[in-house]
Design a protein around this ligand. Structure first.
Ligand code: BGC
Length: 440
């Protein structure tokens, strides 16, 4: 793809903002399973825990202020279930009031919130009962959703029920990257099944409270391609991954249509997504069930291929299967900067992905860049930086990166223009998957 389109691309109604998740930014909460997991040395790359993160729980006014200054009209934000329901059935109304204050402030600033109810994080009491492998997780989630939506419904009418069920289930039960790191195909399937039932019922519940609400999941899709297209095994695994990781989830959560993998659904088929949220990061070069990268391709600082066309492929697949508009609920890259620069290639990444969206001809209505302020990156800790705003974790000082100023200019202009691209991304190079320019 050319680094800069030679003509101006109007946004044509595409709304742009950023995304975040409660556990990754708030700090201060010890009642979720990621805090517990981080206490065991080796589980988080740099030994950090979500207890510090961005201290957003205390600094939310400053963060909202900065977001308003940059002029974003939308923001995806998350709630921490373990704060709202610290023990089963006992709700903390002070925590809900605190979220009301933060969300009300966003609304007052003209920033429309899209709120995620569950983003990887469970209260410890649910975790210790077998988290989402336990069929009781469905009713537990619905009880929480009813209270949270009821408390916030005058401020919020756009909801993501669950973030990336496929990533949650595979990290916890296939790849050992998330608690409880229990490798078990049976548990993996049970988690997906219970999450799908929970989503479908939550969709119905939220619409009963707010008939005009917009409700969806944030679905993580990868663009799978065989490492060697002539190898029948690579081709077979590509089809299997596409089906099991992408399509099974799209159909179960979006249509209530369960495959044999998930068993029979207790609920009728229908349409359970008013739009479909797409979290897109990368392409996988397939040789088997796990991730691979084509040699020599551009990659981010985590070694994930930078492949803007894949965003369009995944958005098209979702739109064709579900027939609803697509919201890009996450897209971004780890760019950890250098000794002298806050970032090295994120502006180019932004230009290329926005260009692909605007050129796609698909009904993509929203773009939430992951993320706003550099945040606690689960098993990677504080080292990998995805933000358009830099965070100094020691002092909690925020500094807007060039990509933040660039995105603000795109919003202000209502277009991605050659001059914006030239100003922010001229000459930027990506690391390559051959290892030569990748950090250790
Ligand atoms: C998750 C985010 C995460 C991002 C980058 C997504 O899969 O939803 O929580 O920070 O990837 O790794």
């Amino acid at each position: 793809m050319a680094q800069a389109p030679d003509s101006t691309r109007p946004l044509n109604g595409l709304l742009i903002g950023t995304a975040s998740a409660a556990t990754q930014i708030e700090g201060g909460d010890r009642n979720n399973q990621w805090w517990e997991w981080a206490q065991t040395p080796g589980n988080v790359a740099d030994g950090s825990s979500p207890e510090r993160a961005n201290d957003h729980w205390n600094r939310w006014r400053e963060d909202n202020e900065l977001m308003a200054e940059l002029g974003f009209p939308i923001a995806r934000v998350g709630l921490e279930w373990s704060r709202i329901e610290p023990s089963p059935g006992k709700f903390d109304h002070a925590a809900l009031d605190r979220y009301r204050e933060e969300l009300g402030d966003l609304v007052d600033k003209g920033i429309k919130p899209l709120v995620t109810l569950h983003h990887f994080s469970n209260p410890l009491w649910l975790q210790h009962r077998g988290q989402w492998t336990n069929p009781g997780s469905v009713d537990a989630f619905l009880r929480y959703a009813r209270v949270a939506v009821g408390a916030l419904k005058d401020l919020v009418d756009e909801w993501v029920t669950l973030n990336e069920p496929n990533v949650y289930a595979t990290q916890a039960h296939l790849f050992r990257e998330a608690p409880p790191a229990d490798v078990s195909p049976g548990s993996l399937v049970r988690v997906l099944r219970h999450m799908a039932i929970a989503h479908v019922r939550a969709y119905t519940l939220i619409h009963a409270v707010q008939p005009d609400a917009t409700v969806t999941i944030a679905h993580h899709l990868r663009d799978f391609a065989p490492m060697n297209p002539r190898n029948p095994l690579h081709r077979a695994f590509t089809r299997l991954n596409q089906w099991a990781f992408n399509d099974v989830v799209t159909d179960a959560f979006g249509l209530g249509r369960f495959t044999s993998l998930l068993g029979r659904s207790p609920l009728p088929e229908g349409r359970y997504a008013d739009v479909i949220g797409l979290n897109y990061y990368s392409r996988t070069a397939v040789t088997g069930p796990s991730d691979g990268v084509f040699p020599g391709v551009p990659v981010n600082d985590l070694g994930w291929e930078i492949w803007p066309q894949g965003l369009v492929t995944c958005a098209r697949s979702l739109h064709e299967r579900l027939g609803v508009p697509v919201w890009i609920t996450e897209n971004g890259c780890a760019d950890n900067g250098s000794a002298t620069e806050l970032e090295r290639f994120r502006p180019r990444f932004l230009a290329e992905h926005l260009d692909a969206i605007l050129d796609s001809g698909l009904p993509i209505e929203r773009y939430y860049h992951w993320c706003f302020v550099d945040n606690w990156e689960w098993g990677e800790g504080e080292v990998q930086r995805f933000g358009i705003v830099h965070n100094d974790y020691e002092t909690q000082t925020r500094t807007v990166k060039p990509s933040g100023r660039m995105l603000a200019e795109v919003v202000a202009e209502g277009a991605l223009t050659p001059s914006i691209i030239e100003q922010y991304s001229a000459g930027q190079e990506y690391p390559r998957a051959d290892g030569s320019s990748r950090p250790a």
